[in-house]
Design a protein around this ligand. Structure first.
Ligand SMILES: [Ca+2]
Length: 239
């Protein structure tokens, strides 16, 4: 594993909500599995957020690929670039960084899956991409929170601003009671009204964030923690 850090020299304290588009070239060479991920660190006490990722396996040509991703510039930030090889010979290279004053869609399109994560810690934050900057268009992110057995997950929004729509047909946060896209839907939320506190009935909760092709807001920040659930108590009694 190797990494590099890029500290924003041009935008030490930009106060607008506008994003920048980071454009670069990269190479992924070698026979094994290779991945390259760009993380953005924000000074808000969150984990660093993966904002772009690509992976490749098998022999690849020695040619440069083009990559781009939006980055939030609401305050100072730091980017780290982490490359991983599976042990077989190969190398990763990143070059030609360039920033332009705009939001941009991820390239390649699969790079947006960087926002999806499986979370196994007993508590943590989930934030929409680029929070507290504006999220970008055409995103789909899925977070699956898994607690230890007989625990449930409590999930609470602490900040919430999603493009409004009467049926949340444009942008939305969807919460499902279980570990998959097919689990029972607890709620689909948009607008500026805080959704209620949510508690899962089992040890998994799925959160999906989706944005359409126009109009963005600052998105959401949510806190979750796991706690011994009712099923645990019932089992104690039964036993
Ligand atoms: Ca939208």
């Amino acid at each position: 594993m190797g990494s590099a850090v890029y500290v924003s020299p041009l935008f030490p304290k930009s106060e607008d909500s506008y994003g920048k588009c980071l454009k670069f070239k990269y190479k992924m060479v070698g026979a094994g599995m290779k991945s390259l991920t760009i993380y953005q660190e924000m000074p808000y006490g969150f984990d660093k957020q993966p904002i772009w990722t690509d992976e490749a396996s098998g022999l690849t040509r020695y040619m440069w690929h083009y990559g781009q991703t939006s980055i939030s510039t609401i305050s100072s930030f730091r980017l780290s670039i982490v490359g991983e090889l599976d042990g077989r010979p190969g190398y990763l290279a990143v070059g030609v960084f360039f920033m332009s004053q705009e939001y941009c869609s991820p390239q390649p399109v699969t790079a947006q899956k960087a926002c999806s994560r499986n979370l196994n810690s007993s508590s943590g934050f989930i934030v929409s991409p680029f929070y507290p900057g504006y999220y970008t268009n055409s995103l789909t992110c899925t977070w699956v929170v898994t607690a230890q057995e007989n625990h449930v997950i409590r999930f609470q929004f602490q900040s919430f601003s999603i493009e409004s729509h009467p049926t949340c047909a444009n942008d939305y946060v969807e919460v499902r009671d279980g570990g998959s896209h097919w689990s029972r839907i607890i709620g689909k939320y948009c607008g500026h009204t805080f959704p209620p506190v949510i508690e899962s009935s089992s040890n998994a909760l799925t959160i999906v964030f989706s944005s359409n092709e126009a109009n963005t807001r600052t998105g959401f920040k949510a806190y979750y923690h796991t706690t011994p659930g009712a099923s645990h108590l019932l089992r104690l009694i039964k036993d």
